[in-house]
Write a protein that binds this ligand. Structure first.
Ligand SMILES: *[C@@H]1O[C@H](CO)[C@@H](O)[C@H](O)[C@H]1NC(C)=O
Ligand SMILES: *[C@@H]1O[C@H](CO)[C@@H](O)[C@H](O)[C@H]1NC(C)=O
Ligand SMILES: *[C@@H]1O[C@H](CO)[C@@H](O)[C@H](O)[C@H]1NC(C)=O
Ligand SMILES: *[C@@H]1O[C@H](CO)[C@@H](O)[C@H](O)[C@H]1NC(C)=O
Ligand SMILES: *[C@@H]1O[C@H](CO)[C@@H](O)[C@H](O)[C@H]1NC(C)=O
Length: 422
């Protein structure tokens, strides 16, 4: 904001305007004195170009005085803003309506009839908010013109899709940033997920890359998986890598219920055997979960469509939550060796059967099956974060007890599991 005190004559200001077709400005100054109201009014109605707008704003500010309510109105022909009113008046012309608005501290914009009624007057609606914060209520309407007070938001200063909230008193603004952006103008990119990284860059042929994600103020380096490696296109944020022969991510592990990371460096490498749990477990929202299973150097994938605030929010409370991949999709994660019994097929998060803690079949994410048409005493599973019969030590993979009729024979296959979200 300029602070120069030089004043500008009316004729100088007018010569600064340039002709254009659709923006009209009204400049009003309104002096308020304690015992009476003295009105000094400068009224200009003319067409100007965007450069003209700029020149005018600067000169306008040189006239600034703390006792004035002075505002520039921007006119949009044939528009109507449908928000609550502070008052409705019948007026003779535009000037009357804008003066009513300036004399009401709650007025931030107005609708004015496009043509006079039978009484020779125009209706004039004073409004409590403006078009920037109500874009959905701002519509074309042949019978109305809309006038809004020109604010610091008029030049769309907020970057990267941020919303601008004007401060009328101080002629400033605040930006409400979209997820993944920070800074006064939302100009700083601070992604919290690989989806935000993918969406931010125009080049959609990006490759998987090491990226600093801002789960909190300190960035975490993570290998963002970009593109379709088996779970569909876009940016995938790694969450966990599980060695099915290790106890680390056993069903009973507190790592499923707490918000503590494990071996963050494992997030910097791809589909290998470095176990990890990243802050994305409790900090990243998503609409899809990608499950990968690496068995004998071959990784197979399945995608669960599921919206959640975090994986922690689906798992940590121990509640069962169903999914509907179907037993064939779970078996396909294992490949041709996949084997399950033919009944029950309870799948999802925290799928488990009754029984004592060491014998019940458990998976944090997976499917359990039975040789009877119910889900107690299951003897087979495919899952991530597993435990229980028939092999308590198989934490990620496929177990099926050959004595109880699995559809592809008895199996005990331990894999390396990968969990990513988008
Ligand atoms: C235009 O605005 C007037 C005044 O509020 C309203 O009565 C009318 O329904 C609107 N017309 C359209 C097409 O929205
Ligand atoms: C998985 O863990 C087991 C048990 O500690 C270990 O022997 C094996 O080497 C690990 N697998 C890989 C691929 O590192
Ligand atoms: C992400 O984690 C940080 C610190 O661990 C926490 O302050 C923040 O609230 C979390 N955000 C979400 C969305 O869970
Ligand atoms: C699969 O796991 C093996 C270890 O068992 C590992 O060497 C390999 O890098 C992993 N990934 C792929 C794509 O094979
Ligand atoms: C899954 O759970 C939802 C909500 O709890 C329920 O409405 C739905 O019927 C369940 N689906 C199956 C296949 O059990």
């Amino acid at each position: 904001m300029g602070t120069a005190r030089n004043t500008v004559s009316k004729s100088t200001m007018i010569t600064n305007f340039r002709a254009s077709l659709n923006t009209y400005l009204l400049i009003l100054q309104w002096l308020l004195y304690p015992s009476f109201v003295c009105c000094f009014l400068l009224f200009l109605l003319c067409s100007i170009s965007p450069e003209g707008v700029h020149a005018q704003i600067e000169e306008f500010n040189t006239l600034y005085h703390p006792d004035l309510r002075q505002d520039i109105f921007v006119k949009d022909d044939h528009y109507y803003l449908n928000v609550p009113r502070v008052g409705t008046y019948a007026v003779y012309d535009t000037l009357d309506c804008t003066i009513e608005c300036l004399s009401n501290p709650s007025c931030f914009s107005l609708n004015l009839a496009a043509s006079k009624g039978a009484d020779g007057k125009l209706w004039c609606e004073l409004l409590t908010s403006e078009k920037y914060s109500n874009p959905g209520e701002y519509k074309r309407n042949e019978s109305s013109h809309h006038f809004s007070i020109k604010t610091a938001c008029h030049s769309s200063p907020c970057r990267n899709g941020g919303t601008c909230v004007p401060n009328y008193k101080y002629h400033t603004f605040d930006c409400g940033c979209k997820d993944g952006y920070v800074g006064d103008l939302c100009e700083v990119f601070a992604p919290k997920s690989c989806k935000q990284v993918y969406d931010h860059y125009a080049d959609k042929s990006q490759r998987s890359q090491l990226v600093k994600l801002f789960f909190n103020s300190t960035p975490t380096s993570v290998l963002c998986q970009i593109g379709d490696f088996g779970c569909g296109p876009g940016g995938w944020t790694p969450v966990m890598k599980i060695n099915g022969s290790e106890r680390t991510f056993h069903y009973d592990s507190v790592l499923w219920t707490n918000k503590q990371s494990f071996n963050i460096d494992g997030g910097k490498t791809g589909f290998d055997a470095a176990e990890t749990k990243l802050p994305s477990y409790w900090n990243t929202s998503f609409s899809k979960i990608c499950l990968g299973m690496n068995i004998s150097q071959e990784v197979r994938f399945a995608v669960i469509d599921r919206q959640a605030d975090s994986l922690h929010s689906l798992i940590a409370d121990g509640q069962y939550r169903n999914t509907s991949l179907g037993r064939d999709a779970w078996k396909a994660l294992i490949g041709s060796q996949g084997s399950l019994q033919r009944y029950c097929d309870k799948e999802g998060f925290n799928a488990l059967t009754g029984g004592s803690l060491n014998t019940q079949v458990q998976t944090r994410i997976g499917i359990i099956s039975n040789n009877y048409d119910h889900c107690s005493n299951c003897d087979s599973r495919i899952g991530f974060g597993a435990g229980g019969d028939p092999d308590h030590s198989n934490v990620c993979g496929n177990v099926a007890d050959g004595r109880y009729d699995p559809d592809n024979g008895g199996k005990n296959i331990k894999g390396i599991g990968y969990i990513l979200v988008q």
